[in-house]
Design a protein. Structure first.
Length: 420
């Protein structure tokens, strides 16, 4: 991958050659504007994000993962406990710095990985080594190399250059190059699909801009340039009038015929081709087309199953990537106590019935206490809700199996109806 300062030098050398046109695709790539697709469309990040299917995939993944609860835990003898008193908890859960929220930070980081191939952030620490802030970095300004066998990150901002150790940078990579330093650019990998989708949209726009009339050719014995010009003017006027919903009759001279040039969208299978591009982009991001708002093959049954599929085979993989990167960079290698983890149950927050059913099962089988469930819902604590319960009589788990005490016998009554 060429970095901005490298592109500028290469571009100046190539542009010095008089035989190379400024519109040449190689020059466009050298300048860093984008990559030319097989459809003849130069694909940049801006062009890709204007393709609805591509944009929907990026937004779905980045927004979904950013919405997951991210917590800091501390291992204990009993298992683990939320380390809400640790200053790092608020950095991860609430705000990584004083300019952005945790949601916006993670959404930006994942979007950069999905569109540019890499999401980067600088870890600011104080003199004691404690994390103070997390600051996002632009992917195009960073280059990664090895110095004395160690990975080094060099960031060039304007005229300044900064060098960071690997432990100072959060680095979410979509796919590494074989050297483990560079990365593949997702947009460059899928440029032909994006280019074809853009070309189809452009063609359809021009087709309907012309009133749904394809380019026409007038065939016949036109003997003079004047007659050809008049015929052209008459045909154009008729098309404009038809496009404006005005009645217009075009009288064709004897022996002349109007024929369309090219195919109309239906014969060219444009609708099917555009739907296929949606499937291709969905396949590229390991998503089902239903998550790109394409319900062509969606039913109530398979849509529900796709919800489970995307959590197991897409969201959970990204969550593992982010968790392991944060655990590696935020804590030392000797750390065996603290760790961060996403709560994938957060994906069910919008389904009240499923959420309540899961809570009920957990409480009735002694998995969670009612207090823990209330905290998951951000409800206030209750003093009597901190015990494990089991199914049946719903008694504290320590009292399960005990013989119930017999009820006291009713007192005998006197003739006056009062108990003795």
């Amino acid at each position: 991958m060429a970095w901005p300062w490298q592109r500028e030098a290469r571009a100046s050398q190539s542009l010095e050659v008089p035989g190379v046109a400024i519109s040449n695709a190689n020059v466009v790539q050298i300048l860093g504007w984008g990559s030319a697709s097989a459809a003849g469309i130069t694909v940049t990040r801006e062009v890709a994000m204007r393709v609805p299917a591509f944009r929907a995939a990026v937004l779905f993944l980045s927004w979904t993962i950013a919405s997951l609860p991210l917590d800091l835990f501390r291992r204990t003898k009993e298992g683990r406990d939320t380390a809400s008193n640790d200053p790092l908890y608020s950095i991860l859960h609430d705000a990584p710095n004083d300019e952005t929220t945790s949601f916006d930070f993670r959404r930006w980081l994942i979007s950069a990985a999905l569109t540019e191939g890499r999401g980067l952030a600088f870890i600011e620490r104080n003199g004691a080594g404690r994390v103070m802030n997390l600051w996002p970095l632009e992917t195009c300004k960073m280059t990664v190399s090895r110095v004395n066998g160690r990975k080094v990150y060099t960031y060039k901002d304007a005229s300044k250059e900064y060098r960071y150790d690997a432990s100072e940078i959060i680095d979410l990579v979509w796919m590494h190059k074989p050297d483990g330093l560079g990365h593949d650019n997702p947009i460059d990998q899928v440029k032909d699909v994006i280019g074809l989708s853009t070309a189809l949209t452009n063609y359809a726009s021009k087709f309907f801009e012309n009133g749904g009339v394809p380019p026409l050719v007038l065939q016949g014995p036109i003997t003079s340039p004047g007659a050809a010009a008049r015929a052209k003017t008459d045909v154009e006027a008729a098309v404009r009038a038809a496009n404006g919903d005005k009645r217009n009759v075009l009288v064709m001279p004897s022996g002349h015929e109007l024929k369309p040039v090219g195919f109309d969208p239906d014969k060219g299978q444009m609708t099917e081709a555009q739907r296929f591009q949606i499937e291709q982009i969905a396949r590229f991001f390991n998503l089902s087309p239903i998550f790109l708002q394409d319900l062509t093959h969606g039913t109530f049954s398979n849509t529900e199953q796709q919800d489970l599929h995307v959590v197991k085979h897409t969201i959970s993989q990204w969550a593992s990537l982010i968790e392991q990167e944060l655990n590696l960079k935020l804590f030392s290698l000797r750390n065996r106590k603290n760790f961060v983890e996403f709560n994938l149950d957060g994906l069910l927050r919008g389904d009240f019935l499923s959420r309540m059913s899961g809570y009920s099962t957990a409480i009735q089988n002694g998995i969670n206490t009612p207090q823990e469930v209330r905290r998951m819902e951000n409800w206030p604590d209750r003093p009597d809700a901190d015990v494990l319960l089991v199914q049946g009589a719903m008694v504290p788990i320590g009292d399960a199996g005990k013989q119930a005490e017999p009820m006291p016998a009713p007192a005998a009554k006197t003739n006056q109806g009062e108990p003795k």
